[in-house]
Design a protein around this ligand. Structure first.
Ligand code: TRP
Length: 337
């Protein structure tokens, strides 16, 4: 009979972010600012996925700088190395090691069906390397090595998570219960932000129009400028209405950073025009992001602290994953060292 659990064990969350680019306001509002709550309710493990980054060409000195920046940004956004495990993926060799073993339980056909592989091989036609192809296996290793219960991911990573689940299930069936089969974690309050230049499109960091997207390290002047130039319709009344995509998007953003409801916003700007509203949204966003920018500047000035945090984090990560790997080695039939 099933045993009654006497102590409530926290569920474990694993996620990773590639060290490319700075987070957008959309990432921040949709996911990152909830990290604090996440760390209270779950055991969180977060990595900077530098091994994944080299599946596309990287200039070594840029990769090094971007990795350090991504790590600092992760801490500045509230991942707390005292409460969670924060580390660089390349500093824990167990990820790459498990990836090899899992690749022998992954079919060529499955990997060929990954839409991100197909997209990326088109975009980088001169560099369709084997790592780009086996990228999802490494991602499965990242997750399964920790026996993570939940994995916060964006929509573009759903197919990869599905593959990780299938690999876990298949391995468990063949070798006996080994891995936790992970689920996706999708935050509830995921307001979807639209481009400031074309509010029918999603706000994206890769938009060619620099004014379309707000980055969380943008300074106040830049933020104000982007909102002043935001594309809206020819009406003048600040109100949330079907078809007024530009104003609706600004209202969503203003509501997300001030906590005000649409009705409250409509009342606040009653009799005022779009111009005043755009300035108010810009100011509110700049104020909301100010603590992150300040913390990022503070952390960036203390490289030694960042390196120390990485070291501690990778040691913790190593210990957890080594246990999984020893078990896996036994299950597949390797001799003891
Ligand atoms: N592939 C993910 C991305 O580009 C990053 C990533 C690597 C990841 N390993 C992971 C995300 C494990 C979740 C779990 O967004």
């Amino acid at each position: 009979m099933a045993e009654q659990a006497t102590t409530e064990k926290k569920q474990r969350i694993f996620s990773a972010i590639q060290p490319t680019g700075v987070f957008t306001l959309g990432n921040y509002i949709g996911a990152i600012r909830n990290w604090d709550t996440l760390q209270k309710e779950y055991e969180c493990i977060y990595a900077i996925a530098d091994l994944h980054a080299i599946t596309v060409k990287q200039e070594p000195k840029d990769l090094r700088a971007n990795s350090l920046r991504a790590f600092a940004l992760m801490l500045a956004c509230g991942m707390d190395p005292k409460r969670s495990i924060t580390f660089m993926q390349s500093q824990n060799p167990n990820h790459a090691e498990l990836s090899w073993i899992l690749s022998c339980s992954t079919m060529f056909g499955e990997l060929s069906r990954m839409t991100q592989f197909k997209d990326k091989s088109q975009r980088h036609a001169d560099n369709i390397n084997a790592g780009l192809f086996t990228y999802p296996v490494l991602m499965a290793a990242d997750i399964l090595a920790y026996n993570a219960d939940l994995v916060p991911i964006g929509a573009d990573q759903k197919q990869h998570l599905e593959l990780a689940r299938n690999i876990a299930i298949r391995f468990n069936q063949r070798f006996g219960e080994t891995f936790t089969v992970p689920d996706g974690y999708f935050p509830k309050q995921g307001a979807r932000l639209m481009s400031l230049q074309d509010p029918t499109k999603k706000m994206s960091k890769s938009d060619e129009n620099a004014n379309a997207c707000v980055f969380i390290l943008d300074d106040k002047d830049t933020i104000l400028r982007k909102f002043k130039r935001a594309v809206t319709d020819s009406d003048t009344v600040v109100a949330y209405r079907e078809g007024k995509d530009g104003i609706n998007n600004l209202m969503t953003i203003y509501s997300a950073v001030t906590g005000k409801s649409y009705e409250e916003i409509e009342r606040e700007f009653d009799g005022k025009g779009y111009g005043d509203f755009k300035i108010a949204v810009g100011e509110a966003v700049a104020d909301h992001l100010e603590p992150v920018r300040t913390e990022y500047a503070r952390l960036s000035a203390d490289k030694q602290y960042l390196l120390d945090c990485m070291k501690t984090g990778s040691e913790q990560a190593y210990r957890i994953t080594r246990k999984t790997l020893s078990k896996v080695y036994r299950k597949v039939g390797f001799l003891d060292r």
